[in-house]
Design a protein around this ligand. Structure first.
Ligand code: SAM
Length: 429
């Protein structure tokens, strides 16, 4: 692999690649790192590489001519090559991208500075834009070094043992298990006994389990992409049950105060299908209680009878799993009663999240709310409305209003039971 780095700070790289595995790889001819000073490709006597941005604004922009000339000069005919621009606006660098890049014969890496490079360089020369994370560095030198380091590990022979880069974290989409070395006891902490047993099969099993646990707790986002076997899935289900954050989300279906088509406040009637389907979704996603909130006594009595049918009446033998879902249901006459109920269970008033089909300002997104639910200690109550949506007086007193569920079209008329299932999946899966 031949790397060509285009930079205005060539000195930065000298020490970076003069140590350890990369130095050895270069000595052994497995990689070659060429560092090019963009200033060498300037035509003026001041060797100018940057200029003010058109349209005004702070900072400088790297000029297109020297960078374009440098790119044309380093591209080597006959090599399978790729031009990479380091930029916080690029695709997020990953283990998968390192592997893909290691298949090329030449990587040409542009290290930006100031406000970045002129847009026309990107359009004319760049094949791939890479960011090393969602933060902004003062320059691309670290980004380039990180890419070269991670890619080189996948070049056969660089690590000395061809299999080893595939044994580290991200193998099969999982984080690696914990590692220990001598001494057996350090400051009172001993190495897990299984690792001293010499039983390789059991050690492998333990490592796989630890790898699943680490990924589940630290990077739950990776679990979805990981290649899992049946044992792994069993362990994940177990971990979900033990997860302290799992059962602290409550949901409620509100029938008053609700808007009708003309945005007048009304009370809606219970819908049997909503009660069943939201309870089933709630049970699937680990919701603690499902409050049915209705101010009218006769409506509450009616729904109590329906639930009795499935919990204790003839429905029990007809469909025994239905009572598991309906056992989540609690019938209340007001939102305040539901909030008091949660407070008495949790010792804390829950954060109230309203769902609404209409877009508003300052709504919270799914990823942010999911993180708050998983990382915080407070209970949450997610409110679902009926009719044409929950009235403003409740929305205004809530802690968050969740962004409407949106697909790739502008059609926006989901039933509350569909919306509830989608929202629970986005927040609790
Ligand atoms: C201050 S940054 C330019 C940021 C640019 N104005 C923007 O807002 O997208 C200067 C240079 O640092 C490098 N850089 C900064 N953050 C980076 C990141 N997260 N990943 C990769 N390169 C980065 C790029 O080479 C970039 O051209």
């Amino acid at each position: 692999m031949r790397y060509d780095i285009l930079t205005i700070f060539p000195e930065f790289f000298k020490s970076f690649f003069s140590l350890g595995i990369l130095k050895k790889a270069e000595e052994n001819g497995l990689i070659k790192i060429n560092i090019h000073d963009i200033r060498r490709f300037t035509a003026d006597k001041h060797r100018t590489v940057d200029d003010n941005p058109y349209g005004g604004g702070s900072g400088m922009v790297i000029k297109p001519e020297p960078l374009g000339s440098a790119l044309e000069a380093v591209k080597t005919c006959g090599l399978k090559s790729l031009v990479i621009l380091t930029t916080p606006q690029g695709e997020r660098f990953s283990d998968k991208i390192s592997r893909e890049l290691s298949k090329y014969e030449q990587l040409i890496l542009i290290s930006g500075r100031y406000e970045g490079v002129d847009e026309r360089v990107r359009e004319l020369y760049v094949d791939r834009e890479i960011s090393i994370g969602d933060y902004v560095l003062t320059g691309g030198e670290y980004a380039v070094s990180i890419i070269i380091d991670a890619v080189s590990r996948f070049i056969p022979g660089v690590l000395g043992n061809e299999a080893s880069p595939y044994d580290d974290s991200f193998k099969e989409g999982l984080l690696e298990h914990p590692q220990y070395t001598r001494p057996e006891t350090y400051k009172g902490k001993t190495v897990p006994e299984i690792l001293l047993s010499g039983n390789h099969k059991e050690i492998e099993k333990w490592r796989r389990g630890e790898s699943i646990k680490r990924t589940f707790f630290r990077r739950p986002d990776l679990i979805d992409k990981a290649r899992l076997n049946l044992e792994d899935i069993k362990l994940i289900n177990q971990l979900k049950k033990e997860n302290p954050h799992y059962f602290k989300v409550y949901i409620a279906l509100i029938h008053y105060p609700i808007y009708n088509k003309d945005l007048k406040i009304i009370t809606t009637a219970f819908t049997n299908l909503d009660v069943h389907d939201i309870a089933r979704a709630g049970k699937t996603y680990g919701v603690k209680d499902f409050f049915l909130i209705h101010p009218v006594k006769e409506q509450r009595e009616l729904v109590k009878r329906v639930i009795w049918h499935w919990m204790e009446g003839p429905g029990v033998s007809y469909n025994p799993t239905r009572n598991e879902a309906l056992s989540l249901v609690k019938i209340k006459s007001s939102l305040d009663e539901a909030l008091k109920d949660i407070e008495s269970i949790e010792g804390l008033r829950p954060k109230v999240v309203v769902t609404d089909g209409r877009p508003r300002e300052n709504m919270i997104g799914y990823t942010e709310l999911k993180e708050r639910i998983l990382l915080g200690n407070e209970p949450y109550l997610i409110l679902f409305g009926t009719g044409w949506g929950i009235a403003n007086e409740i929305i205004e007193s809530s802690d968050y209003v969740l962004k409407p569920v949106e697909g790739l079209t502008d059609y926006n008329h989901l039933s509350v039971r569909s919306a509830a299932a989608i929202i629970l999946d986005r927040l609790l899966s």
